[in-house]
Design a protein around this ligand. Structure first.
Ligand code: ZN
Length: 383
């Protein structure tokens, strides 16, 4: 495929504003690119109106391994438009950089994976196994597209998945990631005049007590992962009370835990749920807990076949080594890892560290090289 066409495909993806919605516009565009190849298996999987996931598989069934190439189609909001040098959805090319919302996170990675597959189809090599594109909805707000594809079994027979999230212009290769648990605790009490606190139940006091005990118990889980470090627990939001001279009848806080593979998420749920049950057994406590979109940590190893094949491919395409590292951020990988075959997950993509910022961009040369990288890695892996 011509260089200009590769840039044009990426510009078109950025020009479709999929701000936490409307991923179907991207799905239909991708399908149109695969139209000339009748052997390709295309599946649109609806999540909600205008929000379809897309699975495209090429190669021969039952002959060899299946590798997944994955990217999310949603982007975050552009924020204040006047802060951008150019319209975030114009996909402006300046001095070898393509600017726009999603240029880095992660329409460049997604475009590169799609083009890698199209080039493989064009050159028609005899594939031993299969290459499957998993394009998802709603990664930025909870990885629910990836969760849905995993639940429906689309990742079950994959042995490896490459997620093209930005990794500092392809200079990093992520093979292990922290998990995330967001939770919210609500405490209910009883109003009273603050001159007579014994007539009320102080919801804030009970809430803070839960938080402090939770912190103590989680601190005891003190193992440190050699790459990711220790688990972290932060209180991130708090509300409660009615006015200064009133015993508060309700209070709430949100906590954010970044987990490590040593401590599976279930263990953390058990700790918090047990604490909640213990406190609720005491007089005057009425606490509830709610978890939203928890993500599992990804335990990886540099020795895995996918990481090793990726390292070899890096040396041929980029002429240098890559930094093997871990990530504190969650990705669709946290969902795919739960598929039946427990695929090896790696994250590497062409985007720059400007995701979620104004004037987000991707370097065009890195983008073009990443296409070659995904193509060679996919072919080498299924060989
Ligand atoms: Zn992303």
């Amino acid at each position: 495929m011509k260089k200009e066409t590769k840039i044009q495909i990426l510009r078109k993806l950025i020009q479709l504003p999929t701000i936490n919605n409307n991923e179907t516009t991207v799905v239909d565009f991708i399908i149109s690119l695969f139209k000339p190849y009748p052997t390709v298996q295309i599946k649109k999987i609806p999540y909600a109106p205008n929000r379809d996931n897309l699975v495209i598989t090429i190669g021969h069934e039952n002959t060899g391994p299946i590798i997944g190439l994955s990217g999310h189609m949603d982007v975050v909001a552009p924020g204040t438009l006047s802060n951008w040098t150019n319209d975030p959805f114009s996909a402006t090319l300046t001095n070898g950089k393509l600017f726009g919302r999603g240029a880095s996170d992660m329409k460049s990675g997604l475009a590169a994976e799609i083009i890698a597959m199209l080039e493989i189809l064009e050159s028609q090599p005899q594939l031993n196994g299969q290459i499957r594109l998993l394009a998802t909805v709603g990664e930025e707000t909870g990885e629910y597209g990836a969760a849905q594809l995993t639940e429906l079994g689309y990742a079950d027979h994959l042995t490896g998945i490459i997620i093209a999230e930005p990794t500092n212009n392809m200079t990093n290769l992520v093979y292990t990631s922290r998990g995330v648990i967001d939770y919210e605790v609500t405490s209910s009490g009883k109003n009273a005049h603050s001159a007579h606190p014994d007539l009320g139940v102080n919801a804030i006091r009970n809430l803070l007590n839960f938080y402090q005990l939770a912190q103590q118990r989680l601190e005891k889980l003190s193992d440190s992962d050699p790459v990711l470090g220790r688990m972290t627990h932060e209180i991130t939001q708090i509300t409660g009370g009615e006015q200064a001279n009133m015993i508060p009848s309700s209070a709430q806080y949100s906590g954010n835990i970044r987990t490590i593979p040593n401590y599976p998420n279930q263990l953390i749920f058990n700790e918090l749920n047990t604490l909640l049950t213990e406190l609720n057994a005491l007089p005057n406590y009425e606490l509830t807990i709610h978890y939203s979109y928890p993500e599992a940590p990804i335990m990886g190893t540099p020795e895995s076949e996918l990481v090793q094949t990726a390292l070899k491919t890096y040396r041929t395409v980029f002429n240098h080594d890559v930094i093997l590292t871990g990530s504190s951020e969650a990705s669709d990988g946290s969902e795919f890892i739960q598929a039946a075959g427990q695929p090896t997950i790696i994250i590497c993509g062409p985007g720059s560290p400007t995701g979620h910022q104004v004037d987000e961009y991707v370097d065009i040369d890195t983008y073009l090289q990443s296409i070659m990288f995904y193509k060679q890695l996919a072919l080498a892996y299924i060989k």
